[in-house]
Design a protein around this ligand. Structure first.
Ligand SMILES: NC(=O)c1ccc[n+]([C@@H]2O[C@H](COP(=O)([O-])OP(=O)(O)OC[C@H]3O[C@@H](n4cnc5c(N)ncnc54)[C@H](OP(=O)(O)O)[C@@H]3O)[C@@H](O)[C@H]2O)c1
Length: 294
């Protein structure tokens, strides 16, 4: 086993791509998983263009057979199994709880919650035998703070945090270190893709919110790039004593603090205002307009 071999799931785009570049340049033997040959070829070419290297393997994390096949192949490529895994692949299913059907719920939980646990089961026997290994699960500030219109995404990440906390305690005596990375919002394809998954605004009691949310999600252009998330993953892999949690970004840190200290009724109100479920009282709207006019 190469002591620096790391599997990154969902490596072809967004945060996974940033993690792949960060780790490949830090000298790790990165195996990036992708869902298509084309994406793999593009990733290998892009990393090679920057003077580093990555190997790729096909994997759909939501498909148990694909997971077994991919990790059998990876065991062959790494001499018995990778030293570390970064469970990054994921997506955000938006919609009011009333509008998201069972199949969409299953796909959300399968991808963001069940798959990282399944992958842990596939890599842990070799990690325990070697008494060395690391697992980094990419969660979100949404794993700590629930938001309306993203209830199932938040549930998937909250569940991932619970399972990861248990896993960390269970595997520590075997020398396997487990961390969570909890990013705030970063500019990747996840929000535009989420807009395409919004329920039909014409067939929903929440149609007005969906129309507004669709506009916001499709217009998300000013978010920072995902490199800070990749740097946090790098820290989780290289720290002698990795932290259980890495909150990434000022927005995520302030949201976590505010949500923990504010009374629930107050934080509910702020989240409802932010998602258009409530409108601000006229005097607040007037005060905001005055501020904007300055
Ligand atoms: N961006 C943010 O603001 C943010 C904030 C907090 C947490 N996160 C988390 O960060 C992770 C990466 O998100 P991102 O922002 O980079 O999103 P993204 O740009 O949409 O990329 C998602 C990645 O996951 C892969 N993926 C999705 N479903 C998959 C499946 N069933 N099997 C294998 N791969 C799958 C995609 O592969 P394809 O290319 O094949 O579609 C893609 O590589 C997610 O877990 C997300 O929840 C993101």
């Amino acid at each position: 086993m190469n002591p620096r071999s790391v599997v990154v799931t969902g490596a072809g785009r967004g945060i996974g791509r940033a993690i792949t570049l960060e780790l490949a340049h830090a000298g790790f033997d990165v195996i990036g998983t992708v869902r298509s040959e084309d994406r793999g070829e593009a990733l290998r070419a892009e990393v090679a263009g920057t003077g580093a290297a990555v190997r790729t393997v096909l994997l759909d994390v939501a498909d148990p057979t694909s997971c077994v096949q991919a990790f059998t192949r990876i065991a062959g490529m790494t001499g018995g199994g990778p030293w570390a895994v970064v469970n990054n692949a994921g997506f955000a299913q938006p919609g009011a709880v009333e509008d998201v059907d069972d199949e969409q719920v299953r796909q959300q939980l399968e991808t963001n919650l069940v798959a990282p646990a399944r992958i842990a089961r596939l890599v842990l026997p070799a990690m325990r035998d070697r008494r060395a290994g690391r697992i980094v699960n990419v969660s979100s500030i949404a794993g700590r703070v629930s938001l309306p219109m993203l209830g199932w995404y938040c549930a998937s990440k909250r569940g991932l945090e619970s399972v990861t906390d248990a896993l960390r305690m269970e595997t520590e005596p075997f020398g396997v270190k487990v961390s969570l990375v909890e990013p705030g919002s970063y500019g990747t394809g996840i929000w535009e893709a989420g807009a395409d998954l919004l329920p039909d605004e014409h067939a929903s009691a929440y149609g007005d919110q969906y129309a507004a949310a669709g506009e916001v999600l499709r217009g998300v252009r000013n978010l920072p790039g995902p490199r800070p998330v990749a740097q946090a993953v790098h820290k989780a892999l290289t720290a002698r004593r990795p932290q259980p949690r890495y909150l990434v970004g000022g927005g995520a840190r302030s949201t976590a603090v505010l949500d923990a200290v504010a009374p629930t009724a107050a934080s509910d109100r702020v989240k409802q205002l932010a998602t258009g479920l409530r409108t601000a009282p006229p005097r607040v709207t007037r005060a905001l307009a005055r501020l904007r006019g300055r």
